[in-house]
Design a protein around this ligand. Structure first.
Ligand SMILES: Nc1ncnc2c1ncn2[C@@H]1O[C@H](COP(=O)(O)OP(=O)(O)OP(=O)(O)O)[C@@H](O)[C@H]1O
Ligand SMILES: CC(=O)N[C@H]1[C@@H]2OC[C@@H](O2)[C@@H](O)[C@@H]1O[C@H](C)C(=O)O
Length: 401
């Protein structure tokens, strides 16, 4: 048998696999590295998070990604060079983590690499009917595999689009396997650069499950802080927003976007919700001279408003439900206070540690689950494609040799 097929076969026959999940999100803060032991597959999946760390990106990395990130016109040579460069860098970061944890590469079955999204554009957004939905993640998996010596599963989003989805959110595939409960309706809320949610009914009826992006989580706040409060990268503990006052005129202008009127499921990114979006709203309301602290207070409330509205819409007329949060937004206390104040039916928002998953690691763990499904699982069955969740497994496989 071909040695690569043999390797896959051996791995698939094992009772459990050790998989490193990687996530590098829209916040460009660092690479999340989750070392997971995964037993079984499908609804029998059991996960143990053995180690987790975020390897911070240095300014050089951030600057290089920003030069091509979420922009319609970029230097194509730079994109071509960044693709392998990120692959090698992510590989080196994994090697560092393994050395720190005292784990040998030969003990790892696979790396599950999300890569770095540099552009996301559903058809609704680009509006060119001859093209479909599009999304692009770079950080080549062959380079990761060769740098680490570990089989790498990557580029998960293309299959989702090929099968009729928008390429996101993929969280639902992991959330459904891991967080479905027979005791309560659950809303899993992730607040990264972009916020998204997954609805898991207590009936566990997979055809009623859905997942959707919500709109801006931290992305506009982060971009504003980086521009007006450099060298800060984000509004740590809401310190800046707390000093300001919400400007209701600007807030109303920020709320005016077609995206918020669309039904779930839908996806978006910093291609839409960025500093230009804020500047347009400031121009329309003549608030260009507003104190930066007031702008931050308004942006914080704006994110809370869109997130709360999505929770309230998702909950609809459910008699009872619980919300479990993850992503960097949970560390923004003012944002959390606002969300609670805007969701009268929610008395507490727990984070996913209550369900056994470190909230900062959740997305990296998700990709480990997706890689496990790619290697040994079968297709999950959800309702139908109108919910944006095609019945597929995702990921492409790169061998180190
Ligand atoms: N102590 C804190 N106070 C305020 N905000 C914080 C704090 N810690 C983290 N954050 C926010 O969380 C962000 C990082 O979130 P996260 O790592 O979930 O993003 P991401 O994975 O890049 O996003 P996405 O899910 O959109 O891809 C930071 O940029 C910051 O805005
Ligand atoms: C195209 C892309 O990278 N989208 C990300 C982004 O970050 C949050 C939100 O927008 C979500 O849709 C998605 O990531 C998560 C992991 C997902 O697919 O579930």
């Amino acid at each position: 048998m071909n040695t690569h097929i043999e390797q896959l076969y051996r791995s698939a026959k094992k009772r459990s696999r050790v998989i490193i999940g990687l996530m590098s999100g829209t916040s460009l803060d660092g690479l999340d590295v989750a070392l997971c032991r995964i037993e079984g597959q499908g609804t029998d999946t059991q996960i143990a998070l053995l180690e987790f760390c975020t390897v911070d990106y240095d300014d050089n990395y951030k600057q290089k990604i920003k030069s091509v990130f979420a922009q319609r016109q970029v230097d194509l040579q730079q994109v071509t060079l960044l693709n392998p460069w990120i692959g090698v860098l992510h590989g080196q970061m994994i090697n560092q983590c393994l050395a720190k944890w005292g784990v040998d590469a030969s003990d790892i079955d696979a790396i599950a690499s999300h890569g770095q999204t540099i552009y996301h554009c559903p058809l609704r957004q680009h509006g060119q009917s001859e093209f479909g939905n599009g999304t692009l993640q770079i950080g080549d998996a062959d380079h990761l595999a060769v740098t680490t010596g570990i089989l790498t599963v990557a580029d998960f989003r293309q299959k989702h689009i090929a099968a009729g989805g928008e390429g996101a959110p993929l969280a639902v595939y992991g959330d459904y396997l891991f967080f479905t409960s027979r005791q309560e309706n659950r809303i899993l809320l992730n607040m990264g650069g972009i916020a998204n949610l997954t609805y898991l009914p207590l009936t566990a009826d997979s055809s009623a499950v859905f997942s959707s992006d919500i709109g801006p989580g931290n992305t506009i706040m982060d971009a504003y802080v980086q521009k007006h409060f450099a060298p800060l990268h984000y509004d740590k503990d809401s310190a800046i927003a707390r000093q300001g006052e919400i400007h209701t005129g600007l807030l109303e202008a920020l709320k005016q976007h077609e995206f918020f009127t669309l039904d779930f499921p839908k996806t978006t990114g910093p291609e839409v919700f960025n500093l230009r979006y804020l500047m347009d709203a400031q121009q329309r309301t003549n608030t260009q001279a507003l104190a930066p602290q007031d702008v931050m207070a308004t942006l914080n409330f704006f994110s809370a408003h869109v997130i709360a509205q999505a929770i309230n819409d998702c909950a609809g007329n459910l008699a009872d439900f619980s919300v479990y949060a993850s992503g960097g937004g949970i560390h923004n206390p003012l944002l959390m206070e606002h969300i609670l104040s805007l969701c009268p039916r929610v008395s507490i928002i727990e984070d996913t540690s209550k369900l056994g998953i470190n909230p900062d690691a959740k997305e990296a763990v998700l990709f480990a689950i997706l890689a496990n499904e790619c290697l040994v699982g079968g297709q999950q069955t959800f309702g139908n494609i109108t919910q944006g969740i095609p019945n597929i497994t995702m990921g492409k496989i790169s061998f180190p040799d």
